[in-house]
Write a protein that binds this ligand. Sequence first.
Ligand SMILES: Nc1ncnc2c1ncn2[C@@H]1O[C@H](COP(=O)(O)OP(=O)(O)OP(=O)(O)O)[C@@H](O)[C@H]1O
Length: 290
Amino acid sequence: MENIVEFKNVSKHFKDFSLENINLQIKQGLVTGFVGANGAGKSTTMKLMMNLLQADEGEIKVFGKSYDNNNEKEIKERIGFVYDSNIFYESLNLKDIRRIIAPAYKNWSDKQFYDYIKLFELPLNKAIKTFSKGMQMKTSLALALSHDAEFIMMDEPTAGLDPVFRRELLDILKDLMADKRRTLFFSTHITSDLEQIADQITFIQRGKILFNESIQDIQERFALVKGKANLLNPSTEKSFISVKRSSNEFQALTNNAEEVRKSFGDQVVLENATLEDIMYYAKGARHQYV
Ligand SMILES: Nc1ncnc2c1ncn2[C@@H]1O[C@H](COP(=O)(O)OP(=O)(O)OP(=O)(O)O)[C@@H](O)[C@H]1O
């Protein structure tokens, strides 16, 4: 499977925060969900992908090309970056925006644009400032699709949307992905959206990628483990990413369910871990795990 994006040992340092040694591959035709706590580095990673920020170390390739050698325009033609807020001058309407944006793209299709505007039920003549958050999100998506973007990147597209529109948006995204020609990468805090649509999950924590795996692998490897607290000692605890104790019992997260099954047998109970469980336990992780 082709890599649409590839990060090799990428680092970016700010005064109080660093993205460290990021290795990441985004595969063609898949939906990859990007999760991590507030401030974990998701937007920074996406800005690096868009060349809105430049890495201090390492190599970034998009469609197999780096941003040097005057490749930027060619790469950007093929990306639709869906922002989470209105980036256009607010008194413009959709007709004005089309007039400004269309000439910038070789692959622009007016037919696609008007088809999506109709599908998304957006008004052409109303100022963008009157649009709801959901309408602004649809506008960004319609623009990305009108230049036939192969790689669609969205920063928290479902944040602040009502549940009905969220589901509609997920349906639209599922339809777009049906022919596997496009690749979708989006950040979110709403893990239930990912359970509906994602093939792959990239998990970032404090500037480090903890894993980038298929949903199936995550479901197989990760589990919540429950048992009596007297089973815990420094050696057995090594099987767990993090452990929460109450007086006589513990609950823990493992990323190696099979090993835990072998070593603890029926002394413990294993349950499927949701993405939310993984995020919750990973916050208290005692060590780096991949
Ligand atoms: N230009 C910048 N200069 C200095 N620090 C920055 C800059 N951009 C981001 N940061 C810092 O980098 C860290 C990561 O920010 P980032 O926006 O990437 O996180 P995030 O995972 O997208 O968070 P959220 O889920 O809250 O949107 C934060 O501590 C932020 O303050």
